[in-house]
Design a protein around this ligand. Sequence first.
Ligand SMILES: Cc1ncc(COP(=O)(O)O)c(C=O)c1O
Length: 311
Amino acid sequence: MLLDIEPGDEIIMPSYTFVSTANAFALRGAIPVFIDIRPDTLNIDEEQIEDAITPKTKAIVVVHYAGVSCEMNTILEIANKHSIPVIEDAAQGIMANYKGTPLGSMGTFGCLSFHETKNIHCGEGGALLINDKKYIKRAEIIREKGTNRSQFFRGQVDKYRWVDIGSSYLPGELTAAFLAAQLEHAEEITQKRLDIWNKYHEIFHDLEKTEKVRRPIIPKGCEHNGHIYYLLLDKKYNRDRVLQKMKELGVNAVFHYQPLHSSPAGKKYGKHFSPLPVTDDISERIIRLPMWIGFDQHEIVHRAFSKSLEI
Ligand SMILES: Cc1ncc(COP(=O)(O)O)c(C=O)c1O
């Protein structure tokens, strides 16, 4: 809404992401233009962005998958060259950095999620980080149902009125209180998740050597937040069977995402200029392992995983 996205505008984004990335724009009538991801980080392939730019491109949306940053220097350079705003989907990226800069603070906008699945959460919720001051005034109005109520509370106007389109994008008091407590412990929570992540990484080191799986790759300069620990199964395995076997052994491992470009709504509302082989391949091979604060069952998961590969 802040970028005045209109029907027919094109928004470049990865296909390998959660539906919210695309919905935000499809809801304004814009067309998500899906491009492929890098096989190492599973983030948008910055080398493919420029080819997808057309005169209709209104924004580039990058997703920092698993709290590992996209290649922001290259992305911002391309965006600046074409004067196109960058929006960081940092839904999974709170407390993570790219070359010392927090995720969500580099694009025109950054979006955080506080959904219950995230490191820091309040059940349902999120935050818009505005990194260009010119958008702040209107953002306040849009989030207050299109009224200038925030100005009224500050004594800047004597009554508040309907001045623009908007909706109710504010958390209630109880939700905000819950979130405040989470934020107070953000460093401790992040450290705990990193410890769990590092232990997984260590325990799966030997299995990776057998080339049965690939562990996550964290590029130099990316300081992640331990949001997700995943393994990529070698092509010779049937993931469904591996997951089923793990379930039988008491381990709830899961997969995601169903690529957006080939999903029913993605075909209806979006487009892509060329095939997306990395997205298709990764989405069929990824396995996410259990991860929550207090988790310490690494050995059990490792044993169940190794056993599941024997079938
Ligand atoms: C990459 C990504 N983008 C967007 C979202 C959506 O966030 P929310 O559920 O707060 O809309 C999520 C997770 O829920 C996500 O993982």
